[in-house]
Design a protein around this ligand. Structure first.
Ligand code: DX5
Ligand code: ZN
Length: 221
């Protein structure tokens, strides 16, 4: 099993002070920064594009960015986020006409590639591409908004994929996104996840370091 990565989602940050917020969460111990890209087409909400990632890099953020594309189509934005300096890029398979090609595009830029499974998306979408993925992102809420409740049946999907990854001897990480909090992170890890996105649970906390430390403590138990 890989080491655990905690990925605060900047969707829940104070966007008027984004650079400062991201630096604060990095100083508080975030491993990577989760960057939710929404296009008001694939999902009914609109967030930020590659120019914002570029600006955060210029501001001096040294952490790796985990770009979660909730957009359709995906390929043009993969190129733009690669140019902007993303370290991880994931997309929803139903948003790309040629999933294998989009994965290849991410990897050709030296970026870690992930597919995102919505709560109702079956594991079978991974059948032919799992060995070429660096990570699989499980949505544990329906994509589009922060602050929703964790959908419990996601745990069963995580367990099934963890088993498959271990049987195949792969290094694929499992990331979980949506409703992850101090009181359920241990259960999510026990199911087999090793990357944890948390928006409101971190940026909604009074002290980011305390929130991240509490999560790590849960993971250590
Ligand atoms: C939802 C986004 C999530 C969101 C998570 O579409 O992909 O990354 O920011 O927010 P919380 O942790 O508040 O559920
Ligand atoms: Zn996300």
């Amino acid at each position: 099993m890989n080491s655990y990565l905690i990925a605060p989602s900047i969707l829940a940050a104070d966007l008027a002070r984004l650079g400062e917020e991201v630096q604060n969460v990095v100083d508080a111990g975030a491993d990577i920064i989760h960057f939710d890209v929404m296009d008001n087409h694939y999902v009914p909400n609109l967030t930020f594009g590659p120019a914002v990632l570029q600006a955060l890099k210029k501001y001096g953020i040294k952490a790796d960015f985990d770009v979660h594309l909730m957009v359709e189509p995906v390929d043009a934005l993969i190129e733009q986020f690669a140019d902007a300096g993303a370290a991880y890029i994931s997309f929803h398979p139903e948003a790309s006409k040629h999933v294998d090609r989009s994965i290849g595009l991410i990897k050709s830029r030296g970026i870690k590639a992930g597919l995102v499974l919505n709560p109702a998306t079956p594991l079978s979408v991974l059948d032919y591409v799992l060995p070429s993925l660096d990570f699989v992102l499980f949505m544990s809420v329906n994509p589009g908004f922060g602050g929703q409740s964790f959908i419990p049946y996601t745990l069963d999907k995580i367990r099934q994929l963890r088993k498959r990854i271990d049987e195949l001897g792969l290094n694929t990480r499992i990331e979980v996104d949506g409703g992850v909090k101090t009181n359920n992170i241990a259960e999510v890890a026990a199911a087999g996840a090793d990357m944890f996105v948390a928006g409101t649970a971190i940026f909604g906390a009074e002290n980011y370091k305390v929130a991240i430390d509490e999560m790590r403590q849960q993971l250590a138990n």
